[in-house]
Design a protein around this ligand. Structure first.
Ligand code: ASP
Length: 339
């Protein structure tokens, strides 16, 4: 088995400068020296570092295109891919790649670490070695166990577009609140086949043009019309993730309805996403969500903000002005991102 490890940056790629004590990205040789086990097993691993290595807070849609192209260009030479990435935006990148890579029949596993590879107590080795093992795992027919974009962190493998960073301190940094994990790694790696998407055996295709004219608007008690108006009148705005309360509720003020309706009438897609970690939007369940329905706001059901935002970037990048099609696709699951 051959696995390509793509190093994009993040804490996992960092080592401490012995003189200054500061953390900085390691070069590939230094990185290799910290994880010799990676290159001393049956699985053959090649490493491809991006230049420059970046902190994932600096990630842009162009970096996602670069990742998608890297996988596409090396697809036939490798059995699976591991993307080493900073944890801060890993869930956004994994979500974006899930929409950009079509007909995947090999795993693309994102991972990273909370402590740098060069620190004694680091979780880097464990995450990296298990991610590689998962990327190389095949069933009795020789097919990949997880032909999906996924994210491995501290014992659990999540569907990429269902994951969210939940913790800045502890090693269990990610969660998939609305979908069970795809595999659990203990003494053995326990894959949950019935939850994993099965490959269709079609040729891999990529879509690399994303439209980032999006906004996330979080409702809070006391939010003013001026704030809502300012967001919705952003030049070139195409889509809005509207983060609401509970089952998709928002204040029933007439001005909020007017602002939302006016934006929807101007062709902006507004999708309702609950601020709760777990559960789903159910517009119409409470009176306070009726105005959203009437204004033409769509339901994001149980999708994450990361997945909804990148799905809109993908749909507007791909289908441009065909708003009817975009709205229709926003309400169905394309790659297992919602129920
Ligand atoms: N700021 C870092 C990054 O996202 C944090 C990490 O990797 O854990 O690149």
């Amino acid at each position: 088995m051959k696995i390509l490890v793509v190093l994009t940056g993040g804490t996992i790629s960092m080592v401490r400068n012995p003189k200054s004590g500061a953390l900085h990205p390691a070069d590939t040789e230094t990185f290799r020296a910290f994880v010799p086990e990676l290159f001393a097993q049956d699985i053959k691993v090649d490493m491809l570092p991006f230049t420059p290595l970046i902190d994932s807070s600096d990630i842009k849609p162009e970096d996602w295109s670069k990742m998608a192209h890297t996988i596409y260009e090396h697809y036939d030479q490798y059995d699976g891919f591991v993307i080493l990435h900073g944890t801060d935006t890993m869930a956004y990148s994994a979500s974006a790649l899930s929409f950009m890579l079509h007909n995947l029949s090999k795993p693309v596993v994102f991972t990273g670490s909370q402590l740098p590879v060069g620190v004694l107590r680091s979780d880097a080795k464990e995450n990296l070695l298990t991610a590689v093992e998962i990327a190389a795992a095949v069933n009795e027919k020789g097919r990949s166990m997880v032909p999906e974009v996924c994210l491995f962190f501290k014992e659990k493998l999540y569907r990429g577009n269902r994951s969210t960073k939940k913790n800045a301190e502890y090693f269990e940094a990610f969660e998939s609140f609305n979908y069970p994990c795809l595999a659990k790694a203990g003494v053995h790696i326990d894959f949950r086949d019935s939850l994993i998407h099965q490959a269709d055996n079609l040729p891999l295709e990529i879509w690399d043009k994303l439209d980032s004219n999006m906004a996330v608007l979080k409702i809070f008690p006391g939010i003013t019309r001026a704030v809502v108006h300012a967001v919705l009148s952003t030049p070139n705005l195409k889509g809005v993730v509207l983060e609401t309360y509970g089952a998709g509720n928002a204040p029933s003020f007439e001005w909020l309805y007017e602002e939302l309706k006016e934006a929807v009438d101007r062709g902006i897609a507004i999708v309702n996403k609950t601020q709760c970690e777990t559960g789903s939007v159910e517009m119409g369940r409470y009176e306070v969500s009726m105005n959203l329905l009437k204004a033409g706001v769509l339901s994001g059901r149980d999708i994450t903000t990361e997945a909804l935002l990148t799905k809109m970037m993908y749909l507007f990048g791909r289908y441009g002005d065909d708003l009817k099609k975009i709205k229709q696709m926003l309400q169905v699951s394309l790659v297992g991102e919602m129920d």
